[in-house]
Design a protein around this ligand. Sequence first.
Ligand code: GLU
Length: 494
Amino acid sequence: MKERVRFAPSPTGPLHIGGVRTALFNYLYAKKNKGTFVLRIEDTDQKRKVEESEEYIFESLKWAGISPDESVKKPGSFGPYRQSERQSIYKKFIKVLLEKKGAYYAFDSAENLSAARTLAEKETGAFKYNYLNRGSFDNSLNCSEEETLKRILSGASYTIRLWVLPDVEVISEDEIRKTVRVNSNELEDKVLVKADGTPTYHLANVIDDHCMKITTVIRGEEWLPSLPIHTLLYEFYGWEKPKFVHLPLILNPSGKGKLSKRDGDKNGYPVFPIAWKKEFDGYKEKGFLPEAHLNYIAQLGWSTKAEDEIMSLREIVFEFDLKDVQKGGARFDYDKAKWVNQQHVQRLKQKEMEALIKEHRPDLTNTFDVGEISKISELIQERVVLLNDIHGLCALFLEAPAAYDEKALQKILKLDISNLISEIKTLVDKNQLESLKDAVFLFCKEKEIGVGGIMQTLRVAVVGSLSGPDIIEVIKVIGKSSTLDRLEMLKKHI
Ligand code: GLU
């Protein structure tokens, strides 16, 4: 059977790293098994719906390069792909649920429920509407069918609850956690249909997975407690269950607690793939390559047996196996995410790197020709951690240093600096830049001085500090007159 998986986000805001990870694992599993990756918008809770969210989800997946095969935008034969448009489908199944006594009507008012909740929480710490107390609530189990019908026809407000029978062992299978057993007494008679007639998450989710012929459900661990409820629904309808895979939690860097947006804000790392409403930057804006972002996200709960953990999306698809998904929480590490990005940047082909340079520093083309830009690209490539570094790394080719690094200055001030700068100026002036390095070495040999001092002085003059790419190569790009100007500037500064 062809594998069909789905990513089923609720459009209540931006996608969090956890959402991207769920989408990615669904994508990987689909591609690995030559299956179909479906995107279903779970918008049953219209009150929590955020207008821009759906489009944001599409844009995020597009940027990451893991767009779905079937969705609202690309319907297959299992639509509609938005739950709010599937009401007529749900109606049919709700009818069966009531007719076959898998659920019952509950007329309890919000006030009564809330009072019962407060009391129960005080007495036992928790409230559950279930086999123990449903006899004392206002529901159709406690009145005749005629009475129930009369109330419904007279317009009484009601919800529909799952009728969980007591003392049944509910057995579910999870690919990672294996058999999950729960006694039905632990469960709640969950609301399946709200007072407005629309289904809640549990019901809509199970009906849709069945109707959309989903073969494997891959989602976050936070949905594991819902699994027994879903199992009961599958069993009630007599439907074949899909395979279930609950992905481990993503923990914050300290390993204590779930990774949260607040944590990201506090420690300066994004938790969204792309910017959300101009308010928050995403990984894109921070300068991550989409494939590098995915490469890191893939490692949140999955580890490769391959020797090289730096992989393209195609390579990850090739390596991906659900067997290698861990049970325990995956700790998020922003430094590692950046390192993975740097590794991806280093592996970019020359043309790709040049294109990024032009994108991040379009003004380079006003000053440098194609060959020079190519050289700049080569010189800075290994220093780029995030793409946003490109701007600053290119600055040294366009402008003289705005300031000098104090430590670097102290170092060169120990030399006979004024004379040395004059000598270097002469060397630069008299020689072809192509042979500048040889000229410097020859000069040092004749004068019996070390090369280090000259190179350091040149570096401070041109770059402003003692770090940066090969200084002779930089000089070849910026040319003689800029180099001489910068040497003169340093001399004046001193
Ligand atoms: N709509 C749920 C969510 O927002 C989907 C859970 C599931 O995949 O079953 O995460």
